[in-house]
Design a protein around this ligand. Structure first.
Ligand SMILES: Nc1ncnc2c1ncn2[C@@H]1O[C@H](COP(=O)(O)OP(=O)(O)O)[C@@H](O)[C@H]1O
Ligand SMILES: [Mg+2]
Length: 228
């Protein structure tokens, strides 16, 4: 994808998010402006409690800002109907979590095809996409195993395949290397970075892990809810 047809997949414009806890206000994000575009991997670097997860959930439209606007694929979050947003989440967004969140009762292949079914992709096509992606991430031979039989590194590869197999262009990863040894963690980031370039997807990685920095196209810092 050339630089001039980059698409803004999600955007926060002057977003403040305040939670109330035991009668006190907690300012999780303070006037944050951020955008994520196709063909770019952004690292959102910040210590625990700095607001990283809150920022990702706002980009996913999973919660509403207290102040400011959130745009997902060019449209204000409030202007989506709930069902429409759910459909977009299934078909155009991919999520990668620290704990992988694979379903232990489903084989690897079915973990990867599940969300594609919600997105309305036909079963044959979903399976084809899943196998392609699992092979790309070096875990194609494990497709009929249950997640409980996989190593942490293999599980993470499956989780990344699941996030991108359905053709999502807005990928959000929350501490994706947190439960992996350095080498495996960095291999996953390298794989993701290749997909950013070859498939023109947008990836936002929230982490406190500075080792990811060298793979990022852009690094932003979050501290006490303030982005810089
Ligand atoms: N649902 C919530 N209710 C109250 N406070 C919250 C909630 N979610 C997050 N917070 C607070 O907001 C701040 C940022 O949290 P979070 O976004 O989870 O940070 P990070 O992911 O960087 O660790 C923290 O002080 C956290 O305790
Ligand atoms: Mg977090």
């Amino acid at each position: 994808m050339s630089s001039d047809n980059k698409i803004i997949t999600a955007e926060l414009a002057g977003v403040t998010k305040i939670f109330s806890r035991s009668g006190n206000d907690v300012v999780a994000l303070n006037n944050v402006t951020f955008k994520t575009v196709t063909g770019e991997m952004v690292l959102l670097l910040g210590p625990s409690g700095s607001g990283k997860t809150t920022l990702l959930t706002l980009l996913a439209g999973l919660q509403q800002p207290t102040l400011g606007d959130v745009f997902i694929f060019g449209k204000r979050v409030q202007d989506y109907r709930q069902a429409e947003l759910q459909k977009i989440r299934a078909s155009r967004m991919g999520f990668i979590f620290q704990t992988f969140c694979l379903l232990d009762s489903l084989r690897v292949i079915d973990n990867v095809t599940l969300v594609m079914k919600f997105a309305g992709i036909l079963p044959g096509k979903a399976k084809e996409n899943a196998v392609d992606c699992l092979e790309r991430f070096g875990v194609g031979h494990l497709k009929n195993e249950f997640p409980g039989k996989l190593s942490q590194g293999e599980k993470q590869r499956v989780a990344v395949a699941r996030a991108i197999a359905g053709g999502a262009s807005l990928i959000l990863a929350d501490e994706p290397t947190g439960s992996l040894p350095t080498e495996q963690g960095m291999a996953i980031i390298e794989f993701l970075h290749k997909s950013v370039k070859s498939d023109g997807i947008s990836v936002t990685i929230a982490s406190h892990d500075e080792r990811i920095s060298k793979y990022a196209d852009r690094i932003v810092h979050l501290r006490d809810g303030i982005l810089s």
